[in-house]
Design a protein around this ligand. Sequence first.
Ligand code: TYD
Ligand code: MG
Length: 452
Amino acid sequence: MAKAKTYYFCRNCGYQSASWLGRCPECGKFGTFDEEVVKAESTRRTSDLGASTHPKRLEEVTYDTTARTSTHSTELDRVLGGGLVSGSLLLLGGEPGIGKSTLLLQMALSLHDKRVLYVSGEESEQQIKMRADRLGKVPNELYVVSETVTQRIFEHIDTVKPDLLIVDSIQTVTTESIDSPAGSVSQIRQCTTEFQHYAKQHAVPVLLVGHITKDGTLAGPKVMEHIVDAVLQFEGDRNYGFRILRAIKNRFGSTAEIGIFEMQEGGLHEVVNPSEYLLSQRDESLSGAAVAATLEGVRPMFVEVQSLVSSAVYGTPQRNAGGFDTRRMNMLLAVLEKRCGFKLGAKDVFLNLAGGMRIGDPAMDLAVACAILSSNVDISISPRYCFAGELGLGGEVRPVRGVEQRIAEASRLGFERFFVSKYAIRAIDRKRYPIDIVPVGVIEEAFRALFA
Ligand code: TYD
Ligand code: MG
């Protein structure tokens, strides 16, 4: 019988210690240590490790390029880098209720020619069936089981012999070799490792669902991110239908690709033209709105920034930004105030992005600044103008990456004018695009061009 031992694990990074610590020496967080009972592993024998290995010349190593399984979803395939790779272990993270189970169940429903086992630790088989019936036709090679113990899950796998395994979610499964509760660091690490061994040995792709904590990181330790081959993150505002799937890590593809979906009554739908979705049909005469030409990974996305500037009623002006970093907005306001002489100190400033989007692209700055200025002077900006540029502390408009791509997309969408840093367009053949490119060096130039 293996001896049980007690260890302390950091909830944040998975650091292991023999005694309790107040501060984690690995990640520096305070009060993150939990006590967990771990059964000592029996001494491993080489025979447990599977087939023996030997070093090969890299040039002699061959692989099968067709070993990818298409998920029948263009957006999902794009993020995966062309489909599911056999023997790979994937982690799909996201906040509760964002649509992780829906995404994977929908994928399982569309794989008619594959045998899929969907293991759920969160929902009963009846609940899964009810949802599947709403989403589409149920193929006869899709198996579901409500189970949480890995040893029993592997028994089911032996009988079903699936081509694809889905485990929803890793926080609910436990292995019998560890005594700590489901969702604890050692459980998550051990279970992930067990699924990894299974994936590699049987060349079956395994998809794990993982929850995200309130501060936006994957619940459970970072060690899990090291074990898996790819980490996908499903994001969006639950009050809106728009969802973005990103690859945070991908051993088989680029992390620059994103997939875009919309949650509707009948499940998730692919969004081919996100910009058309994010640009509100607005009245020409509305002040305080400007369109930002952003780039998410390699995908251009045009988002409307709305701003409202009004006189502060109380002593301290209110500053509020939805979908944009409030500190960044305060910095932009300080730049507009100090360098360009706009008196915004006694004003309330509110900012919002259409569609409940959150965008971190620094190229948003120019559109944000122009939207604020537009509301301040109460002069509207044409909805056919768009902006891309980062603002420096001196009010200078800095170049951003992928300018040509943004310009090409703006032309395609029928925009008339594109405001961009004058340093960004030197290499661009402006005659190629049927759009009026307005180069700006400092924010005042944009101000004069728009409102003078
Ligand atoms: P779910 O996949 O259960 O989220 P997660 O697994 O990430 O926790 O989806 C949750 C939400 O999606 C749920 O609140 C309802 C909504 N939804 C729809 O709007 N349309 C649908 O067709 C389905 C299946 C779900
Ligand atoms: Mg779920």
